[in-house]
Design a protein around this ligand. Structure first.
Ligand SMILES: Cc1ncc(COP(=O)(O)O)c(C=O)c1O
Length: 384
């Protein structure tokens, strides 16, 4: 099978990730931070080392502020709902947002009377930066934005927007779901206040892992309360991080797998052009040459993640995905990809979009086979 649905969850995973998870399951099934016995202490070391590794890779000053959740969605919810909101507060986001940002934003909008501006992408970094600058108001408290669109792969001007936010004393939350593991991100250097990402996409870690990293003194109220293994005598949630923001037993096998994924990522992190980006370029260029195929997103490869979004004539994207699956054994994603505003802007709400997304394990041969399949499908439809 050709697996081109890496932006949903990457597959396969490095062997080291799987082995670490099995090892923990077989040898260290105790509860981390809940008891002083040797096995509980050993389980806790898996958690601590992963926290430290995450903080070091993503430039977060305090590993205690590297928090574990079970996916990016929970991390984003904690960041957005954890801030103190008042009626009239203003937030800037983009029309590219995944529902994992948009729905928590809509929730606080309805609950507190917060106002949210979703900025459309006008095709260039400069135009977008200008739009953000113009959207800033005295009440703007947060810029919450995806680092790259999960539909088109379009990369946002992160550095420029973070600088703008800093100059205007606005907090920032970056959804790195489509960039963590593909691009170098450094919170301190880039001025990011809160960074959320899943472990199971570009980082090649297991499902059931996600993180929120917080830089500096940001007050966050927990969205969950409960057992933390510490300060058990108190009826209140502890004030100490990470316990304050991590209730309940952590996913030790998943976090041990994530640690291995981080170590592997560290080795390829400084590559100038990641391998999967090179393949995505070939895929994009190949698709643009097939008459009847429309591609979305930026033309220049440097402006996109390894995601190629396209449609075949006016055929429903789900139909193309189904043919690829059933006739060619190729996995892609179709439809709206949990990002309805993106489709409003692209005018693809009815048709949806076919999304092919790549990882370091995909090959040039797979790209060639994929292009042949799309050429065949397009030719078949053109006969109707
Ligand atoms: C941009 C973006 N944000 C958030 C998410 C949610 O990630 P998770 O499924 O790990 O919660 C996704 C998943 O596709 C995404 O692409």
């Amino acid at each position: 099978m050709i697996y081109f649905d890496q932006a949903a969850s990457s597959f396969p995973k490095p062997l080291e990730v799987t082995e670490a998870m099995v090892k923990v399951m077989n040898e260290c099934g105790a509860n981390p931070g809940r008891g002083g016995h040797a096995l509980a202490r050993q389980a806790a070391t898996y958690i601590d080392q992963t926290r430290m590794k995450a903080a070091s890779i993503f430039g977060c000053s305090d590993p205690k502020k590297a928090l574990f959740y079970h996916n990016a969605t929970v991390a984003l919810n904690q960041a957005i709902k954890g801030l103190q909101w008042q009626k009239g507060d203003h937030i800037i986001a983009t029309a590219f947002e995944h529902n994992s940002i948009r729905r928590p934003l809509e929730h606080i909008k309805n609950k507190y009377g917060v106002r949210v501006t979703y900025l459309k992408w006008r095709g260039s970094k400069t135009a977008f930066t200008q739009d953000v600058a113009q959207a800033i108001q005295p009440e703007t408290k947060l810029i919450a934005m995806t680092h790259a669109s999960n539909v088109t792969g379009t990369l946002m001007p992160l550095t420029e927007i973070m600088e703008l936010a800093k100059r205007n004393h606005i907090l920032t939350l970056v959804d790195a779901s489509q960039t963590a593991g593909h691009l170098s991100i450094n919170m301190k250097a880039q001025g990011i206040d809160m960074l959320a990402f899943p472990g199971h996409k570009g980082l090649l870690g297991p499902q059931g892992t996600g993180m929120l990293l917080v830089e500096g003194d940001i007050e966050l109220e927990p969205i969950h309360h409960g057992g933390t293994g510490s300060f058990s005598e108190s009826p209140n949630q502890p004030e100490q991080w990470p316990e304050k923001l991590e209730s309940g037993t952590l996913n030790t096998p998943g976090i041990a797998g994530l640690y291995e994924a981080f170590c592997i990522y560290e080795q390829r992190k400084d590559e100038n052009v990641p391998r999967e980006t090179i393949l995505a370029k070939q895929l994009y260029q190949g698709l643009t040459k097939i008459a009847g195929v429309a591609c979305y997103g930026p033309d220049e490869n440097e402006q996109r993640m390894p995601i190629v979004a396209f449609n075949v004539a006016n055929v429903d994207s789900q139909e193309i995905a189904m043919i690829l699956d059933s006739h060619y054994n190729i996995a892609v994603r179709a439809g709206l990809h949990c990002s309805p505003l993106t489709h409003e802007v692209l005018e693809t709400t009815n048709q949806g979009i076919v999304r092919a997304s790549l990882s370091i394990y995909n090959t040039e041969k797979e790209v060639t086979s994929f292009l042949e399949a799309i050429a065949e499908i397009t030719a078949a439809y053109s006969e109707f």
